[in-house]
Design a protein around this ligand. Sequence first.
Ligand code: HEM
Length: 410
Amino acid sequence: MSASDTEIATHAVDLTDVGLFVSGQHTEVLSWLRANDPVHWNPDGEGSGFWALTRYDDVLWAYRNHTAFGSERGAILGGSFRSEADTARGKMLVATDLPRHRLLKQQIHPALSSAVTRRVAERVRQLVDRALDRAVTDGGCDFATAIATELPAGALMEVMGIGYNDAHHLIGLTRRMVGFRDEVFVETGGEERVRLAWLQAEIFEFFADLMAERRTRPGQDLISLLLTAEVNGRRLSEEEIFYNCMNVAVGGNETSSYTACSGIHALAENPDQYAQLIESPSLLSGALEEMLRWGSTNAYVQRVAKHDIELGSVRIREGDSVTLWNISANRDEAHFADAHTFDIHRTPNRHLTYGAGIHRCVGAPVAQAELSLLFEQIVKRGISFRLAGPVQRLRSNFILGITRLPLAIA
Ligand code: HEM
């Protein structure tokens, strides 16, 4: 789509069109929306639709205004990877409002504490070292499948207390769920709703086995913690435990590994900046923040208006779906100079990649540990790499990922 093509009637912009995201055209479309229609009504063709907030200030305001914008409809637009028929509302942390959200978060938090984060870092170091050794010996790899997935594997091993093979099995399951429209992961024929229900059932089965085991042999992991957790003096139901395990697994498996992919891709496309990192490894923490801004792996989150809200000249009605576009806020020229340039020196860099407000990513310290470890090892070894073939993008408008990333490595 050319710049003039994007000067289209706003009703023609459809942010559910996955093709926009696979081709990278969403960048241009979102820039246009920020400039021309920052509170955009996106119809769904069935008499309904959702609002799309694309400016940084509006997105941040909505994140912080949790009394006006609730989460109980879930973070993902209907028809996305959770089955519409599921009952996560008010049970899964990300789909819960105050006051229950605070109580539930208190129960989940110890499974992602700083002590756990340190163990994740140590585990990821071992896995990444091994994967990098292999890639160097082989002279290259598909970074997306050979290296990036070791980050969530290390995290799952420590957070869920499971072995390496089980961790990769669970990653395979959540990957298929998030990639439920992508033939790389699933057979895309048949009804999407049925496919989703099957995928969700498989994940629940995985956790059911784990739960049975932890009932007899409890540990310090998330499942053991949730089995004894109480909210308002009542134990969590099995369903609540399943949903929250799934929240942590889906929340953590795809995001950190896809962020690693977009980060290495950005460095491959900006070799001068990688050279600066090798020269001055102290630039790494700023570089990581820029990779997070640049990738904006979690493209948007959904909220529901709890009452009528005036925003600019627009009236959002109670019950309307409202989407907060992180990927657009992170490229808002009003907040980021040269927003479309990848710049490891960028400061300040107050990106919204982890969200903001009460639902801000509870796994962010774990993700930071995984990503720092990986890029520290790459920089420390002075690994030189270049793209060795076309990259392939995930077919999704919610998680922006790269599923094939062939690298030649020296
Ligand atoms: C680069 C990696 C990551 C990104 C970009 C990311 C992004 C996000 C975002 C944007 C939210 C806010 C959702 C909302 O406001 O509705 C969120 C929440 C959440 N994330 Fe992450 N995440 C990452 C890593 C992780 C990891 C490693 C875990 C777990 C180990 C995790 C678990 C969660 C959970 C449980 C929530 C719900 C928090 C709540 O509702 O209070 N995430 N994440």
